[in-house]
Design a protein around this ligand. Structure first.
Ligand code: ADP
Ligand code: MG
Length: 443
């Protein structure tokens, strides 16, 4: 197809709902538009201005009151019903704000659905569907039902479904309307990729001006009329990794569990929610720096290696001690015996304490931690004080207090319902509680 030829041409389109009744609405009035292939068009305007009506008119879902909609050279409203059905199946792929997934079908079945009536081989259909899931980073969701996946994942599924029949045109009606910012970013990244890499023509409806930066052409609509069409100067074809023609990079849509959220508040280095592998060395590093002893870098590495084996691989307490105590020549970390004893004892104290935290029983867990701290620090054991400490710990475990708020309770005088500890001790206890929570995570 020559470059200049329009993929879509709309001539004098009028859509009037409830014509002749008192409820009559002129949803579109004398709309004339031309779109070129491979463009990203955004239809922009306030709620109720006629955006969806325009998109549905292009999709063949709305019959004009008057006027013509030409797609790929054919007036779609002159097609017979079979041709129109085929047009809707193969030429346009639709993505909706509310996803329109079928809840009784699994993700993979939802995606395959558009070809069910098409007589395609089921296995090859599933293969294609899986390749989309893979591309969008949700291959592991294939066998779930829509109700068990997030909004962002649902929209990825519905985009995959729209792509099944290899349409040239993607029509997206406020596809980010129900999504958080990360998922919105991902949907935009996918659409951008489909536009730049797969060369799909995209027509996207939005009322959010933040999305306009993606468009090649912006159709401004108000009260059913096209106010103006803005043609954006073509940008360089840059992927969102900043490279020319670069592949899309999707933001991770990982559910962050409650106990990890709580940690991320306190340990500022801990920002990546994909912590499966990251957290083990992090635990080791944090515990180590807390218990810092004068060691060579090599000894530090060897010690951390042993700690990792203790935390993760079931190295016994005795073996842990022996590995630290053994000379470096003999494969140990080369500590002196008393240092190793003290260090191992401390690590184990935290480790054991951490194992006793049970988030489903925060009161019980808080009581245990109170006992741990009153053994370690000179806290006067009046009922009043122990209650303050227990409450503080319990609220910290429930993430109702931040680390700093917890420390403040330890620090402020009992006349202000605090524990009246000196600042250093308050800091130490607050830090040790965070450390314990960290070790507890996934241990
Ligand atoms: P937008 O998508 O920009 O929010 P729509 O295209 O959905 O706007 O609607 C344009 C106008 O047409 C609105 O006033 C709406 O209430 C009206 N409208 C839309 N669909 C129908 C319908 N099926 N019957 C009657 N009025 C409708
Ligand atoms: Mg709408």
């Amino acid at each position: 197809m020559p470059k200049t030829k329009n993929i879509i041409e709309i001539k004098d389109l009028n859509v009037i709902y409830n014509k002749g009744k008192s409820s009559q609405v002129r949803a579109l009035e004398n709309v004339n538009l031309k779109f070129q292939p491979k463009e990203w068009i955004i239809v922009f305007g306030p709620s109720g201005c006629g955006k969806s009506t325009l998109l549905n008119s292009i999709a063949g879902l709305e019959t004009p009151t008057s006027g013509e909609v030409h797609v790929l050279g054919a007036d779609i409203n002159k097609l017979d019903s079979n041709q129109k059905a085929e047009y809707r199946r193969n030429t346009v792929g639709m993505v909706f704000q509310s996803f329109h997934l079928i809840n009784s079908l699994k993700v993979l079945e939802n995606i395959c659905l558009p070809q069910v009536f098409f007589g395609a081989n089921l296995q090859s259909r599933k293969k294609i569907a899986k390749s989309f899931l893979d591309r969008f980073g949700i291959a592991d969701q294939a066998k779930k039902y829509p109700s068990d996946i997030s909004g962002g994942q649902k929209q990825k599924v519905s985009i995959a479904r729209a792509l099944m029949n290899k349409p040239e045109i993607i029509l997206a009606d406020e596809p980010m309307g129900n999504l958080d910012s990360k998922s919105t970013y991902n949907v935009m990244a996918i659409l951008k990729d489909l536009n730049k890499v797969d060369k799909k023509t995209i027509i996207m409806v939005t009322h959010d001006h933040h999305h306009l930066k993606y468009a090649d052409r912006i159709v401004h609509i108000k009260d059913g009329k096209v106010l103006r069409v803005e043609v954006i100067k073509k940008r360089r074809d840059v992927g969102n990794d900043g490279k020319r023609g670069g592949r899309m990079i999707l933001a991770k849509e990982v559910e962050v569990p409650m106990d990890l959220k709580l940690l991320m508040n306190s340990f500022r280095d801990l920002t990546n929610p994909n912590v499966g592998q990251l957290l083990a060395p992090f635990k080791v590093k944090q515990t180590f720096s807390y218990l810092m002893l004068p060691l060579t870098n090599h000894q530090v590495e060897l010690t951390q290696k042993s700690m990792r084996r203790f935390f993760l691989e079931g190295l016994s307490k005795k073996q842990f001690f022996e590995e630290l105590n053994q000379s470096v020549e003999k494969g140990g970390a080369g500590w002196d015996k008393r240092g190793a004893e003290k260090f191992v004892k401390e690590v184990i104290a935290f480790y054991d304490q951490a194992q006793k935290i049970d988030y489903s029983e925060s009161l019980k867990s808080a009581r245990r931690l109170v006992n741990f701290f009153i053994e370690r620090y000179p806290i006067r054991k009046t009922e009043y004080r122990l209650n303050i400490l227990r409450n503080g710990i319990e609220n910290r475990l429930k993430n109702e207090l931040s680390r700093d708020e917890f420390q403040e309770i330890l620090d402020k005088p009992s006349s202000k319902e605090g524990l009246g500890l000196n600042k250093k001790t308050a800091q130490k206890i607050a830090r040790e509680l965070e450390l314990t929570i960290l070790i507890r995570y996934s241990s």
